[in-house]
Design a protein around this ligand. Sequence first.
Ligand code: SF4
Length: 245
Amino acid sequence: MSEQASCGVAAAQSAFERNAKRVIACRRCPELREYIAAVAREKRRAYRDQTYWGKPVPALGDPLARLLIVGLAPGAHGSNRTGRMFTGDQSGRWLFRALHRAGFANRETWERPDDGLQLIDCAITAALHCAPPGNKPTPAQLVSCAAHFQADFDLFEPHLRALVSLGAIGHRAAVRMLESRGWRFEERPEFAHGAEHLAQREGRTLHVLCTYHPSQQNTSTKVLTEPMFDAVWSRARAILHGDAR
Ligand code: SF4
């Protein structure tokens, strides 16, 4: 790697870490901070011997990623426990298995903070960084957290080729963010599983892909199956390879 390229990597990494520190220290939604701290104190029986993270969960992944995944929010006993976005629960297991199959993660499971899990050319953020009760954020909480999403988006935007929305709430947050940054869609970018929308700005094209959220509710009822999910990540892989027809 050239000296110039390694400076770029170091600058992106330090911007990524600055964003993470701001997220972790954030107290804009006191009711959510109280809720996630209470979940961390009370714990689920299966995890009673573990120390929960119990704080806002920052984005995870490669600061120079060309693929950005936008989820809803941390799970109360998933990433609110582990401190790593989209790990520690059934949704995360589904996501990481699929990312591993598509070559976007070096492992298919999360086990411990020192397990060496790495995302490859991809990063994960969320519309909300604190786990909300019942997985249902309020509109006001989403507005409050948009500043963190914006900071992450601004970091990734220069090299971004594709964005995958996990579920309708993440998709709406992503579309609002893109439009606020001057990206324009030719048609209304409605959410539907497998939909692909093109956002354009200053001669650049960003592919916005949609998938149902891999929540247990969707996967156990087969609303979302592994082949359906894999097709989205294969498409993202093809876009990054330059096969964007
Ligand atoms: S949800 Fe977002 S804005 Fe609200 S406290 Fe958590 S990190 Fe801060």
